[in-house]
Design a binder for this molecule. Structure first.
Ligand code: HGY
Ligand code: MN
Ligand code: MN
Ligand code: MN
Length: 395
């Protein structure tokens, strides 16, 4: 809890509430430095890989290493636990093992991924996608943040050579298995009455950019009948998103971000950009949901005399975590429940390349990606106990 308190001195967002820590900007850079200092304090050897992910090794680096970790970046106005809980728990679990005289019989590392939320450059799990080659390095280098800074420039600013971004087989080859501890984002554990669960699967999910174009004009001088207002089109498009997902049980679709151009009170906008986040249990169902949304958006935009272009910015197919590892972990933890999740994780990206697993810690409201995200100290301790136990059996 002291570790979380230290982290929470950084990146407080007075305007939104909660924390805003975006990759390779001030608060994120401070937290990366904080992690390095804390890892070195317990004798771990720190290195940053070609994609800006930070490794802290206990003993000699890989192969077949037991790797655990999470991320330190956040969504805009995010909570205190999404990411940091997994990092702090990893530090504490290893410190406890050291204190009880464990000498690892295989390599062990903490791994802190870069840009898990995609809050700055738009693609979630950027560090793990680059590592596994599921995101092309040229495409990544050209991504632009809201201030017009390219990812290549941002990486260089953080001391990471942008020319070296890309598939990192050496890093992957070192991972024998990866386990990410994370606050639960949902209410599964409350209903089950357990503090900790093992993850079973992750929904398929993706992000799409909708650019709606109309005619910018004067708010006072333009009759209602003469307008081609992309803001009205966008409002109707959001309703189409809600309707499509509501009609398909279990699917989720959200518009959480919009740019209005030029954004003046007395100006009919000329353009609105909106970002769609859509998720469902299977890839097929997610694709079907998005095509239904696309049809609804097309109609909404046409009705208002506007045009729309829809671009897929990222995609992650559904993930089923290694069943053997999942069952082994659940049994080692005295049969804790297994739970699916609607949230994406680096562990999910890694799962296609290496055996991966996750531990969830109970969240008494289920609320996440919000300042109200919470886990009790007791449940956080139960999470660390579980992680320590797993590491002890694996090492
Ligand atoms: O968006 C997500 O699901 C994740 O928390 N990055
Ligand atoms: Mn998150
Ligand atoms: Mn997270
Ligand atoms: Mn005027």
């Amino acid at each position: 809890m002291a570790g979380l308190d230290e982290i929470n001195e950084t990146g407080q967002d007075a305007q939104r509430g909660g924390y805003s820590r975006h990759v390779w900007q001030g608060p994120d850079l401070e937290l990366r430095a904080w992690f390095i200092e804390r890892a070195e304090r317990i004798g771990l050897a720190v290195e940053t890989d070609r994609n800006g992910n930070i490794w802290a090794w206990w003993g000699t680096p890989g192969p077949d290493a037991v790797v655990t970790g999470s991320h330190l970046d956040s969504v805009p106005g995010g909570g205190a636990y999404d990411g940091p809980l997994g990092v702090v728990s990893a530090l504490d679990a290893i410190a406890r093992l050291q204190a009880t005289g464990v000498t690892p019989s295989r390599p062990c590392a903490i791994l802190v991924f870069a840009e898990e939320e995609g809050s700055r450059f738009g693609i979630a799990c950027l560090g793990s996608r680059l590592m596994t080659g599921t995101l092309d390095a040229d495409r990544a280098r050209a991504l632009v943040d809201p201030d017009g800074v390219t990812l290549a420039e941002a990486a260089a600013h953080a001391g990471i050579d942008p020319a070296h971004l890309g598939t990192d087989r050496d890093a992957l080859n070192r991972i024998g298995l990866f386990v990410e501890l994370h606050i639960e984002q949902g209410r599964g554990l409350i209903d089950l009455g357990h503090p900790v669960a093992v993850a079973s699967s992750i929904l398929a999910h993706g992000r799409w950019r909708l650019t709606m174009t109309g005619q910018g004009n004067h708010a006072g001088a333009t009759l209602m009948t003469d307008r081609r207002d992309p803001m009205v089109a966008a409002a109707r498009a959001v309703l189409a998103v809600q309707e499509a997902a509501s009609a398909r049980p279990g699917t989720r679709a959200t518009v959480g971000r919009m740019n209005i151009i030029p954004c003046g009170t007395n100006v009919i906008p000329s353009r609105v950009e909106a970002w769609l986040d859509a998720r469902a249990e299977t890839d097929e169902e997610t694709r079907a949901l998005v095509s239904e949304i696309t049809a609804g958006v097309d109609a909404a935009v046409a009705e208002n005399g506007c045009a729309v272009s829809i671009v897929e910015e990222s995609w992650a197919g559904s993930v089923h975590f290694d069943p053997e590892l999942r069952d082994r972990f659940s049994a080692a933890l005295h049969g804790v429940p297994t739970l699916p999740t609607g949230a994406g994780h680096d562990a999910g990206v890694l799962a296609a390349s290496v055996p991966s697993a996750m531990l969830f810690v109970r969240n008494p409201t289920g609320i996440s990606h919000s300042p109200e995200e919470f886990a009790s100290a007791e449940d956080c301790m139960a999470g660390i106990d579980a992680l320590e136990k797993l590491l002890r059996t694996l090492l």
